[in-house]
Structures are given as C-alpha cells and as structure tokens.
Design a protein around this ligand. Structure first.
Ligand code: PMP
Length: 398
C-alpha cells in the first residue's frame, strides 16, 4: 500500500514509540527535509546578496516556483514567504489598514483559529470598523443566507478558514466566495492551514484574494509560511516590516519599494527552511497524491465509524470532509481521557485548539481531536482504539 511506503520516508517511525495522531497541529518531517537542511547548513551564503550565493538564491526562487505550481498561483510573484500562517494573516490585516474607514465592516466566522480572529478584531478596533462574527449552521458551516445578510458596500474584508482546525469541517468556499464577489467589493482571505496537507488547492479556481498557510502543516519545516494570491490584491498591501532587500531606491527622505514579492519580504528570510520546503514540494510531486489521499480518507472514515459506536460520544462535524475528527464524551472529562491516552503513548490534541470563541459557541470546555496524515496506517488506529477502550474501562468503572 502506498501509504505504508510513504510512512517509511519519516524517520520518526523508526525511532519513536509514540502513536502520532496530531498531524493537524504539525505534520512529521520526511527524511528529504532533514537531508536538505543539513546540506544547507554545511554550505555558506545568504540569498540575493552576493555573486557567490547564486546557488542558494536559485534554490530559494525555485521553491517559489514549485509552490506556485502546486497551488496554481497565477503569477510566481504572488507567492510571499513569511514565518507562518499567523504572520501571513497579520501581514494582510496591517497591510490593508490604510483602506479602512470608520464604519467599514470586516466579516469572519466564529469558527476561526485565534490567528484568523485576533488580527481582524484588532484591525477593527484600530480603524473603528465593525467586526461581524458569523454563526454556523447545523453542519458547522457558514450559511449562505447568513453571509448574504451581512454583505454590502461597507464590507471591506471577509476572512474564514477553508478547513477548521477544531472540527475538520470544510467550508463551501466556492459558493461563499462567489456570493461575496457578487454582493460586495470585499477582499477575501482564506486560512488554508488545515487544508494544505490533504487537499490539492487550486487558488485560481477558488478565486480568493489571499491564502495563508504554514509549511509545517504539509511536511515542511517550522518557521516558514506562505501568503499567496492575486498579484493585484497583494500589491495593495503596505509592508509591515521595513529593511533590507525590499526597496528599489532610497534617499534620506524617500523610499521606493521593490516589486512583489520582495517588497513584502524585508530582511534575511528563513533560507534553510524555504529551500528545504522546496525540496519537500518537489518530493511530494513524485507521489501519487490521489492514491495517498484515498488511503488517508479510508482510514479517517473508519476512525469516524468506530468512534460513532461509543456511547455518550459526540462528534463535532457532519460528514467527513477532512482527516480530522473532533469529539467529546458527555460523561467523561476530555482531560481525563487525554491523560490516559498520553500514558499509553498515544498523541492527540485536547483542549480549546486556539479557538476559544468557537469552543464557547460549541458550549464545550474542550474536545479531543484525532487528526491523520498520509503516513498513518491501520496500526495507529488499532493502537488508538485499544488505548481508548482501556481509558473507558478505567474511567467508567465506578
Ligand atoms: N489557522 C489554522 C486553521 C491553524 O490550524 C493554525 C495552526 N494550528 C493556524 C492558523 C496558525 O498557524 P501557525 O501557528 O503555524 O502560524
């Protein structure tokens, strides 16, 4: 099976006893990433600074090409390297501040990660705009009619996640975006952090203005992120950070900015991380993604069915739309289950998932979140369910 071969590329499995079911937090790292990182640090040079660092500069720009190709970004200059999703979203929130006036409206959903909530809340406060937080329907999705009721000429920004890190539910982004385009002139930002691992995203087809994600969610390193999208919309962003390599010319009184993407990439970037991520993207192209996804979604479907059979267990989310499943027991505290699973070396996420407003909305103190990636196999699920059964036995034994 292809997923088994894929698993062999991750040294984690050779060294660890841990059953890893927390890929929504961060994915494990393939050997190719580790090798490339070591190679980089065994060589010398920055990027775009000198003659001798040409090889690094080429690899750095090649990573941008690979990224643009993977996500079908209309122009390679519409790919900006950042330090992560959080940085990317802040870049937009600060960068568009000059377009906002008192009384303008910013629309988000209640299902956002703090990284796609706080920057908009703070922008609204700074610019005296109104922050509208949309509720969800019974399928944990943004309702078209509710969204429509909040779209008008004052709507300047609409930002929401493609896949929720809390529930794993995918938003019907295609319909929502087309609605926004028809009823406002708002800029649209999609937080795709939870979608990049298990979905081949076509940015051109989805038609948002901006997309933000972190490389560490798709087999890449930490400290590397991406802001990508329409060149025209990116050009309206004012830089958040000023410094080297982002300018065309400077006098004592004036500054002319460089063209995209460099104007938004001031300072020495995470060169090692970006070049190594480029290698990961190249390596990913050598795998049959559809077949890997088939194995992944079959496993996730099985996990969901098996979880469904437990009494007093609630799953948050309707039908499976990503390999992440969030659940809670009505009669046992989530932390107790998590503690028992940790003792058995089973790693999954528990708590509020950096989404306090959403958890409050769901009327939960916390949930347990099982999230899979392409390297997970039947062994991992069987260990998890054996661990869960054991925890249940102990915790429900009066
Ligand atoms: N948005 C979503 C949907 C996420 O899952 C995460 C990471 N948990 C983030 C934003 C923030 O990503 P980072 O911490 O890598 O910036």
């Amino acid at each position: 099976m292809l997923n088994q071969q894929f698993r062999q590329q991750f040294p984690f499995f050779a060294n660890q006893q841990l059953t890893y079911l927390d890929s929504a937090a961060t994915t494990l790292k393939p050997q190719v990433l580790i090798d490339e990182t070591i190679d980089f640090y065994c060589s010398a040079g920055s990027v775009h600074r000198s003659q001798y660092d040409l090889a690094q500069s080429e690899a750095y720009e090649q990573a941008r090409d690979l990224l643009a190709r993977r996500f079908n970004v209309e122009n390679r200059n519409g790919v900006i390297w950042t330090s992560g999703t959080t940085h990317s979203i802040n870049l937009v929130a600060y960068g568009l501040e000059h377009q906002l006036q008192t009384g303008d409206e910013i629309v988000i959903s209640v299902a956002e990660h703090h990284a796609n909530f706080i920057p908009w809340q703070q922008l609204a406060e700074r610019s005296r705009a109104k922050l509208i937080v949309l509720p969800l329907n019974e399928d944990f999705q943004i309702d078209s009619k509710t969204l429509l009721a909040h779209l008008n000429q004052r709507t300047k920004i609409v930002a929401f996640n493609l896949v929720s890190n809390v529930t794993g539910v995918r938003q019907p982004a295609e319909q929502l975006i087309s609605l926004i385009r028809h009823h406002s002139n708002a800029k649209i930002l999609l937080d795709v952090a939870q979608a990049v691992c298990s979905e081949q995203i076509d940015t051109n087809q989805l038609d948002a203005d901006f997309y933000a994600f972190s490389a560490h969610k798709m087999y890449g390193p930490t400290g590397v992120g991406v802001l990508m999208g329409k060149l025209q919309s990116l050009a309206e962003i004012r830089p958040l950070v000023f410094g080297g390599k982002m300018l065309e010319n400077i006098t004592e009184q004036t500054l002319t900015l460089a063209e995209l993407p460099h104007r938004l990439e001031a300072g020495t970037p995470n060169i090692a991380g970006i070049i190594a991520f480029g290698k990961v993207l190249e390596w990913l192209e050598s795998w049959d993604f559809a077949t890997l996804n088939q194995g992944l979604y079959q496993l996730a479907e099985q996990a969901r069915k098996r979880l469904d059979a437990y009494p007093n267990l609630q799953i948050f989310g309707g039908s499976l739309s990503s390999p992440t499943i969030s659940f809670a027991f009505r009669n046992i505290h989530h932390s107790d289950i998590a503690a028992m699973l940790t003792e058995q070396k089973i790693a999954l996420r528990v708590g509020e998932h950096c989404a306090k407003p959403y958890l409050r909305y769901l009327q939960q103190m916390g949930t347990l979140r099982l999230s899979l990636a392409h390297y997970n196999t039947q062994i991992d699920l069987d260990r998890f369910f054996a661990g869960l059964d054991f925890a249940m036995e102990i915790l429900t034994d009066e």
